[in-house]
Ligand binder design. Structure first.
Ligand code: 3PG
Length: 396
């Protein structure tokens, strides 16, 4: 049976052909919405989405689904906890659209400074207003705070430095192997910034990050750019900051963004002159879409040919394994079974296991991550098997 791939959002034609040439059955339904997905994805092996929401219903309803790929960076439109419960891999394409998003972020900074959208609207309405629009400050020498210095934040930094800006970044720290967001010192960073630009994912830690307290640290008349996710900003606090501090804002993302590519829209943000909104187009350049599509194809081909998942986002980062056992053995039937039975008899749980063969196919090396310690007596028993070459055991 051919592997079935459903692509549920717009995807460049030539990459669809590449998948077909790879002997995969490709179903291309770019207009699918979240409500259609439970039925459409029921019998596919691989699902590719851009903005379409993959709900728990779609995941629970699926019979064969094995891999969901977000053809983009953020994975917040996929119900990952539902995927975890069914052992469905979720992968994304990080970094592929970073330049496009960075270009838009810089464009929005210039737009806010020169009020380009207002210039255009006035001209379209028959108004010439050089007097008013000559009041821009210029970006050269201004201080930019980049909140989130990942792939996109770094691209913004390069471009901002080229414009002669002073650039500060607030990075993501790692503690014990787990990525956490370190938002300390915002009280020192934000008061320095003429412009603040957000480049963070939507997570429980970043939800509503820009609240009354953080807006309180921002300079009056400063700019805030959000090309990341609407959830990062507490909308009420934003509206208050606009009123009280004349903060000016440009955002590519809004709450309750329409699922369809074109729709009528009503938003409380429409009537506020200090706010510019673009239509979630950050990643939507030809260049970025091709890079994302090509990465998606690579992930699919790797997975189909070897079972390896590039950019696997729902692999556990925290493990209960505290010990590692490495067994080098002759690559023969039953050797690993004998090792496993010793482990099973002591009721030790194997968390992860990998068996790799040396060139020539004579010897293999099996690495196991275990919950509990292997005793000297167990190691002795393992070594009694003449097909076992060595056993080593360490705490990790
Ligand atoms: C991303 O997460 O990569 C961007 O938000 C792009 O989203 P889009 O593919 O829906 O344009």
């Amino acid at each position: 049976m051919k592997v079935k791939v459903l692509i549920a959002d717009k995807f460049p034609e030539r990459y669809i052909q590449e998948l077909k040439d790879y002997e995969l059955e490709v179903i291309y339904l770019p207009k699918l919405g979240e409500n259609d997905l439970p039925q459409a994805a029921k019998e596919v092996d691989i699902l590719v989405v851009r903005s379409t929401n993959v709900t728990s219903e779609a995941i629970e309803n699926s019979i064969r689904l094995n891999l969901i790929i977000r053809a983009g960076a953020g994975v917040n439109n996929i119900n990952i906890s539902a995927a975890n419960k069914k052992g469905i891999y979720v992968a994304n394409c990080p970094g592929m659209n970073s330049i496009a998003v960075a270009e838009l972020a810089i464009g929005l900074m210039i737009s806010l400074d020169r009020r380009i959208p207002d210039n255009v609207i006035d001209f379209r309405n028959g108004k010439w207003n050089k007097g008013e629009y000559s009041k821009a400050e210029g970006l050269y020498g201004k201080t930019l705070g980049i909140i989130g210095v990942g792939n996109i934040g770094k691209e913004v930094a390069k471009r901002a430095v080229a414009l002669g800006m002073n650039v500060y970044g607030k990075d993501i720290s790692r503690i014990e192997g787990v990525a956490i967001k370190d938002f300390s010192e915002m009280d020192q960073l934000l008061p320095l910034c003429d412009i603040v630009t957000l480049h963070l994912p939507a997570t429980p830690q970043t939800k509503g990050l820009f609240n009354k307290k953080l807006f309180g640290f921002m300079k009056p008349n400063s700019f805030l750019i959000n090309t990341a996710r609407a959830d990062l900003i507490d909308q009420e606090a934003l509206l208050e900051a606009i009123k009280e501090k004349n903060i000016r804002v440009a955002m590519d993302v809004i709450k309750n963004e329409p699922e369809e590519k074109s729709a009528n829209i009503k938003s409380p943000l429409q009537s506020i002159p200090n706010i510019y909104i673009t239509h979630h187009i950050g990643a939507s350049t030809e260049q970025a879409q091709n890079a994302v599509a090509s990465e998606t194809i690579r992930i699919i081909k790797d997975f189909v040919s070897s079972g390896i998942i590039a950019h696997w986002v729902n692999r556990s980062k925290i493990s209960d394994a505290h010990y590692q056992l490495v067994v080098k053995h002759y690559d023969k039937p039953g050797v690993l079974a004998s090792i496993m039975s010793i482990i099973r008899d002591r009721q030790i749980n194997i968390e992860e296991i990998e068996n790799i063969i040396f060139d020539g196919g004579v010897v293999a090396c099996c690495t196991m991550k275990l919950k509990s310690e292997v005793t000297t007596e167990m190691i002795k028993l393992m070594n009694e098997n003449p097909d076992v070459l060595s056993v080593s055991h360490i705490a990790i």
